[in-house]
Write a protein that binds this ligand. Structure first.
Ligand SMILES: Cc1cc2nc3c(=O)[nH]c(=O)nc-3n(C[C@H](O)[C@H](O)[C@H](O)COP(=O)(O)OP(=O)(O)OC[C@H]3O[C@@H](n4cnc5c(N)ncnc54)[C@H](O)[C@@H]3O)c2cc1C
Length: 492
């Protein structure tokens, strides 16, 4: 189908909505993005507060390696990303164990030499997956043409792709058992911590193929984004405008007009009413259901698909720069001595660069700290009383600061600014129902959601659809949406 002149309205300017919008606009579609907030990026935004610019959620740039999804997107749109490769992706800390995750993986191999064969296999698998995903992966297949393309890709990757079948139905844990690593508690803790942040599930549940690519993130390289991760969405919004599109801020879509399987138009908080041929919802399925006024298990949302499981608690710290320098690396992943991962028992902390333009007042650094947290107890607490909610919030703040203080001497004395976000904050800020963030748990290659919504002219984009979370993940999903739109799927 001709994309040129295709009138497209996108609800939300997260990375997925913007990447799809920029690709569509560059191919001649008439794109309008409606964003509830005053700036783009959603979970990957950078926001301003009292002289600081804090990364809201995402902090690590990945997928910028040559041929990676971000690299390819930039080339296609003529964008030079403001990125610089980090020597160490992040530093993993548990008790006295410190591992710097660099591209060579040397620290991990030195500490866990018994895992060498596992990493060799992981590297072969992930190289194969990156190759298969290059230029888009028609998964889950939506047509005979998709199946044919998958077969073509599969055969061209042969015999490697036959190896994939061996892993497709396994969990990461079963894969680790094959390497007799499951009894190595320190190694398993390390793997689970990596999988939780990049696959939203630990080894017992994460699918082995998903785990291979999730574990590859630090080894395929991490990039620092000059000025904050929000620069990526700002560049994408600019690209849409340069191709004749529009990105409108403070325009929350509050109403959808539908008749049976057609969306006719949307209305915004600012009083706009817009009709379109194609609508893209950069929303979670639950948020789309609420907007459409249907139940989230309505056949109109068609597929069951995996559901988001995690929310987050985030801290935004303005820190004395001399104290922040004690971190030693730009990103620290700190695991506490006890307890399951998440819930303040493990944190990921990211620091602005010394002297980085516009990120913090002179002599200070902007720091984002996050931990996985189940949203349900937060909503239960606020359901009881505001005091109960504030008590829970203050417990998490203390726990997270205590963990960070283990690796940053003088932390508490160095704090110049502190704000915290809970799943309630995240719900309000991103419009994601119940504040579920970070993509769906990658427990199966087959139980995944494609962009179809059940409305004939609306597609989903973002980290709820395959392949899920992260900048490269949602950009890969956005490509799929554009490809489907080009075939007339999702258009009136
Ligand atoms: C704490 C945290 C840390 C993370 N760390 C990393 C990382 O280091 N690296 C990485 O690559 N990824 C990371 N991720 C994941 C990554 O940020 C997300 O997967 C990705 O940004 C999600 O993009 P999305 O397209 O789904 O849109 P979202 O980020 O969900 O954005 C949706 C947008 O839609 C807008 N919106 C919602 N409802 C409406 C409405 N009704 N009308 C108008 N606008 C609306 C919202 O305001 C928002 O701007 C992290 C995520 C979190 C939460």
């Amino acid at each position: 189908m001709e994309l040129s002149g295709l009138n497209t309205v996108i609800i939300g300017s997260g990375i997925g909505g913007l990447a799809a919008g920029a690709l569509l606009a560059s191919r001649g579609a008439l794109v309008t993005v409606l964003e509830a907030q005053g700036y783009p990026g959603g979970c990957a935004a950078t926001f301003a507060r009292q002289g600081y610019r804090f990364d809201a959620g995402a902090t690590v740039g990945c997928g910028f390696h040559p041929g990676g999804p971000m690299d390819m997107l930039g080339r296609e749109l003529g964008i030079t990303w403001p990125v610089r490769q980090e020597t160490v992706a992040w530093r993993y800390c548990h008790g006295s164990l410190t591992l710097d995750l660099d591209r060579q993986g040397s620290g991990v191999l030195e500490r866990f030499p018994e895992s060498r064969a596992f990493w060799q296999e992981q590297s072969v698998l992930s190289a194969l997956l990156w190759k298969l995903a290059a230029g888009g992966l028609p998964w889950p297949p939506a047509s005979i043409a998709d199946l044919a393309l998958l077969l073509r890709k599969g055969f061209s990757g042969f015999p490697g792709t036959s190896r994939l079948l061996h892993f497709a139905a396994k969990t990461a844990y079963e894969w680790l058992v094959e390497h007799r690593l499951e009894t190595n508690a320190e190694f398993m803790r390390f793997i689970d911590a990596q999988l939780l942040i990049s696959a939203q599930a630990t080894s017992r549940e994460a699918n082995a193929v998903n785990a291979a690519i999730a574990l590859d993130l630090p080894f395929s390289g991490a990039w620092h984004i000059e000025g904050g991760i929000g620069r990526i969405s700002e560049q994408l919004a600019l690209s849409i405008e340069q191709h004749g599109g529009t990105v409108l801020y403070r325009e929350r879509v509050e109403r959808m007009h539908t008749i049976r399987r057609q969306v006719f138009g949307v209305e915004t908080s600012g009083g706009l009413s817009l009709a379109a041929d194609l609508f893209l919802a950069n929303l979670t399925p639950a948020s789309l259901a609420l907007l459409a006024g249907i139940s989230s298990d309505s056949p109109l949302l068609r597929q069951k698909g995996p559901v988001h499981r995690w929310g987050t608690v985030t801290l935004y710290l303005g820190l004395d720069a001399a104290i922040a320098a004690g971190a030693g690396e730009r990103h620290l992943q700190i695991i506490g001595q006890s307890g399951n991962p998440g819930e303040g028992n493990s944190i990921f902390a990211s620091f602005s660069m010394p002297g980085e333009e516009g990120r913090a007042p002179r002599g200070c650094a902007a720091v984002t700290v996050s931990t996985h947290s189940r949203p349900e107890p937060w909503f239960a607490a606020v359901g009881k009383s505001r005091e109960e909610y504030l008590r829970l919030k203050s417990t998490y703040i203390d726990k997270m600061l205590d963990l960070l203080a283990l690796h940053i001497p003088g932390l508490r004395e160095g704090i110049r600014f502190l704000e915290a976000g809970t799943p309630l904050t995240w719900e309000r800020y991103t419009g994601r129902h119940r504040g579920y963030v970070g993509g769906y748990p990658q427990t199966s290659l087959f139980d995944v959601r494609d962009p179809a919504t059940g409305f004939d002219n609306m597609l989903l984009v973002g980290d709820s659809v395959f392949p899920g979370q992260s900048l490269p993940g949602v950009v890969t999903g956005a490509r799929r949406v554009v490809e489907l739109a080009g075939r007339g799927v999702g258009s009136r």
